[in-house]
Design a protein. Structure first.
Length: 601
């Protein structure tokens, strides 16, 4: 059956469209099925076994009908994207109302994130008996004045564990429920919250949920809520060559040795117990490696790159665990977080405090979705949310001891610059800079490069800010400090993203990082940006570009604009890499959008 799988995966790339499902059949016994809407089916162990007798079950029969007649009905990205959009729409309504009441935006964000996780916890049975939804219907909507005190009481109980009325509540802890502050909501807004609560939160797609939530919470971005966002498939195109391909290569080499150990010769009916133990020990060594690697996104925004990496690693972990079960006949049943691929392995740096909080929430939701997929309704160990502090709030390229207003030595007054606003000229009627729109210029005391946490792989999508816009965005003081710190390393004419690229290249060259991959604008090919890459490829400790797509369609999550980007993946040493090009672009039948694109490489 493994040979049949290898044969099928060899056929698939030569078809006009790569099929979303692979099926093999052990005639008279069972089918084996692999799903690959992203273009990757995983290894042999990622398949699902379906007995012939199971075709008598309506849900299995319907699955096979859909596979052969309308496979897109089974596309998890399409199904979960719809639920996620609906959820974000409801949250945006509530966020907008709260901001009109002059509540602090950060407090609004924290309140809604507590609501979000409470609704998610309910739908995955971490909160039994639909405590939140039932209270909305029976207590809070009929009498809104009860809401604030009672939801705060529920959240305080979720923080510590204990009883809420007649219901036993698990200890969630972490940092999410340490502050249980809520707002008084009128009946109309509680009904909006109920509409959100009645969605199926177990089906929310974390890869896009963070982006939509950030837009819902930002008054300036809320109008773009229904606009396009980066499809998960695009994110995977960078994550796979950076993280998954080297790990899959290690797993393939492990499987080759395992197959040799389990090879039956002569009159043997099965491998010896000693060889089985050696094989299981070898696989456990790989599993331990998988569960200790660290992934860093030093510009993590709302966490979609980290979540997608988590999801792909959990897929590989699941495949490896199945292989152990096949050999030993025993399925690993440990529910301890430290014995699994878990959120502590996914590190982020983010300059926006709200986005940093969303990223942590997204990673935990993604992890718990996987947990319940594996362990069913068995509750995870308490506290449910552990405080790993793996998402750091701060600047990823520059830190300083103090920031203070710059003083003009001729006037002894604080220096200012134009803030960007314009006004109509009274004579010409044209837009001209508004002289009254002045913002302060700061001096940065003792500036230096920011420290990054230790990691094995870096995968990231740093901000798209060209050299012409950096001064306008950050001000003279910041840019002067930045260029002073990176003088002789990153040209003054380079785009902002190249400071990330330089830092990661240095870590790889020193042997402190295995691989990195970045999304940059396609201008990485231009003179000043290219110089940063060229220096890294040709110094005494060279690195190599092992995978490059120089011109790729993209949807910028921040402004929902359609742009062109480049992907670069690098590791140490002199190696031959892969140059990939976009072969074709067409409307994305998965997302159903005029702007979203899919392509074949």
């Amino acid at each position: 059956m493994q040979k049949a799988f290898i044969q099928a995966t060899a056929y698939a790339p030569h078809l006009p469209i790569k099929p979303p499902f692979l099926l093999t059949c052990d005639i008279g016994s069972h089918f084996e099925m692999w799903m690959g809407f992203s273009g990757d089916y995983g290894g042999y162990g990622a398949g699902e076994k379906i007995k012939l007798d199971d075709l008598l079950k309506p849900e299995i029969f319907d699955l096979f009908v859909d596979i052969f007649t309308d496979p897109q009905k089974r596309n998890p990205e399409k199904i979960r994207a719809k639920v996620t959009r609906e959820v974000a729409d409801e949250l945006a309504k509530l966020a907008s109302w709260l901001e009109k009441q002059q509540h602090d935006p950060q407090q609004v964000a924290n309140f809604l994130m507590r609501c979000i996780f409470t609704m998610f916890a309910e739908d995955v049975q971490l909160l039994k008996g639909e405590v939140f939804t039932t209270a909305l219907k029976s207590r809070w909507i009929p009498k809104p004045n009860r809401f604030k005190s009672e939801i705060e009481s529920l959240w305080q109980t979720m923080n510590t564990g204990g009883n809420f009325g007649f219901d036993a509540i698990l200890k969630f802890n972490g940092s999410l429920f340490a502050d249980a502050t809520a707002f008084n909501l009128p009946k109309e807004q509680l009904e909006v919250l109920l509409a959100a609560a009645e969605k199926d939160w177990s089906q929310v797609e974390p890869a896009i949920f963070g982006t939509l939530l950030e837009r819902a919470l930002d008054s300036e971005e809320r109008s773009k809520l229904g606009a396009h966002y980066t499809p998960r498939a695009y994110v995977e195109r960078l994550v796979r060559p950076v993280v998954l391909e080297p790990l899959r290569q290690d797993w393939l080499e492990t499987e080759i040795v395992v197959d040799q150990l389990l090879k039956v010769e002569g009159d043997q009916l099965e491998p010896s117990a000693a060889n089985k133990k050696k094989a299981v020990d070898l696989i456990n060594d790989f599993l331990q490696k998988l569960r200790t690697i660290k992934i860093l996104d030093p510009a993590c925004s709302s966490g979609n790159f980290l979540y997608v990496t988590l999801d792909l690693l959990k897929n590989l972990e699941s495949e490896v665990i199945r292989r152990i079960a096949d050999i030993s006949g025993k399925y690993q049943s440990s529910i301890l977080i430290e014995k699994q691929v878990n959120p502590s392995q996914f590190l982020g740096i983010e300059v926006n405090p709200r986005a940093a909080s969303i990223a942590e929430l997204v990673i935990w939701i993604g992890y718990l979705q996987w947990y319940f997929k594996r362990f069913g309704n068995t509750s995870p160990p308490e506290p449910i949310l552990q405080k790993f502090n793996n998402i750091k709030y701060g600047d990823a390229v520059l830190v300083w001891d103090e920031k203070k207003p710059a003083i003009d030595p001729t006037t002894n007054k604080p220096r200012t610059r134009w803030g960007g606003k314009t006004t109509k000229h009274p004579v010409t009627g044209e837009d001209v800079p508004d002289a009254n729109d002045q913002i302060p210029i700061f001096d940065y005391i003792n500036p230096r490069a920011a420290e990054w946490p230790d990691a094995d792989y870096i995968v990231s999508n740093p901000p798209y800010i060209g050299k012409l816009y950096m001064l306008e965005r950050f001000g003279e003081g910041y840019i002067e400090a930045l260029r002073k710190v990176y003088e002789g390393k990153v040209s003054d004419g380079s785009d902002f993203v190249m400071y990330w690229w330089y830092r990661a290249a240095q870590l790889v060259a020193k042997g402190e990082l295995k691989r990195f991959g970045f999304i940059t604008t396609s201008s990485i090919c231009q003179t000043f940006n290219r110089q940063v890459v060229s220096d890294a490829l040709n110094n005494d400790n060279p690195i190599s570009l092992i995978f490059v797509i120089p011109d790729h369609p993209w949807i910028d999550d921040k402004n929902a604009a359609k742009i062109r980007i480049a992907m670069t993946v690098a590791e140490a040493g002199k190696k031959i890499g892969t140059l990939a090009e976009v072969a074709s672009e067409k409307k994305n039948v998965v997302m159903g959008s005029k702007l979203d694109k899919r392509f074949q490489v």
